[in-house]
Design a protein around this ligand. Structure first.
Ligand code: HEM
Ligand code: HEM
Length: 233
């Protein structure tokens, strides 16, 4: 089968307009998650009194991840999983330069988003059952069988944190590669919300109403995290 012509990965500037791709809730989610994960690593390594903050921040990260999973179903067009999660064939064609970079996450970037969210969710879940055998015990530790708790603690302090560091490293390296080599700044849209795209690209909804809905959803996720924290008594 003949290979389809390589489409330029970026449209010419004359044909582009600023289009809203990342709604405000998605942007705030991202930068809050970044701050939270850094603080979680620092507090986890410092230990001692910092562990009280570690547990609170861990629950907050859990609430943020739950928010993002639901926002991936009901949020702005380009934040929805259905708009960016693609099968292996599309990823392969994108890697071979046979597909233009779409609005929002590209097919490979989408995989890294899913991997980051999954590994973070596992880190929160294992934190909930972890026990450092000094002073800090996850709120669900006493509610699960002992071997789950010890597996969870081992994962949380071993492969879980290593995998997260590797994924974050790849994530930052990929963004640097796009900026420096492909001259495609991905950070600016994550700050301003807008990306230069063909003018007929449909934007993500980002109105006062959708922002209010996001706030209510986040409130529910925080309430869920508080409820989980109290389950252990
Ligand atoms: C602990 C560190 C970090 C974590 C856990 C993290 C996590 C994530 C996640 C989950 C997404 C998907 C966003 C969504 O659709 O909701 C994302 C996207 C993004 N992140 Fe990060 N991030 C981190 C650090 C950074 C840093 C340091 C930068 C900038 C230098 C950055 C820039 C971006 C950009 C530009 C995107 C959008 C990529 C695209 O256009 O496809 N991130 N990040
Ligand atoms: C994304 C979220 C999280 C990250 C990135 C994270 C990261 C870490 C790190 C780096 C450590 C230190 C491991 C070491 O000693 O080398 C740690 C320890 C610990 N974390 Fe988390 N954590 C997260 C969420 C949570 C949550 C939600 C809880 C509980 C509610 C929790 C409870 C604990 C406990 C009990 C320890 C001590 C375990 C031990 O030393 O045996 N963490 N965490």
């Amino acid at each position: 089968m003949p290979v389809p012509p390589v489409t330029p990965s970026r449209p010419s500037p004359a044909a582009t307009n600023p289009v809203r791709v990342w709604d405000l809730p998605t942007r705030l989610f991202h930068w809050a998650l970044l701050g939270g994960v850094v603080a979680l690593f620092v507090s986890g390594k410092v230990g001692g009194n910092a562990m009280d903050w570690h547990v609170r921040l861990g629950l907050a990260a859990g609430a943020l991840i739950a928010f993002r999973l639901v926002w991936g179903l009901v949020g702005g067009r380009w934040s929805r999983f259905a708009s960016f999660v693609r099968g292996p064939v599309t990823v392969w064609r994108y890697l071979r330069g046979q597909l233009p970079a779409p609005a929002g996450h590209n097919p490979l970037g989408a995989l890294s988003v899913l991997a980051l969210l999954a590994v973070l969710a596992l880190q929160v879940a294992t934190g909930l059952v972890a026990d450092d055998e000094i002073a800090t015990v996850g709120p669900l530790n006493a509610l699960v069988p002992e071997d789950w708790a010890s597996w969870g603690t081992r994962w949380h302090t071993g492969p879980g944190q290593t995998l997260l560091l590797v994924l974050v490293g790849l994530h930052v390296a990929a963004i640097g590669f796009h900026g420096l080599v492909k001259k495609h700044n991905l950070v600016r849209p994550m700050l301003t919300g807008d990306q230069a795209l063909p003018a007929d690209t449909p934007p993500s909804r980002d109105s006062a109403l959708t922002r209010l809905a996001a706030l209510l959803l986040l409130g529910l996720c925080v309430a869920g995290a508080v409820w989980v924290a109290r389950l252990g008594g």
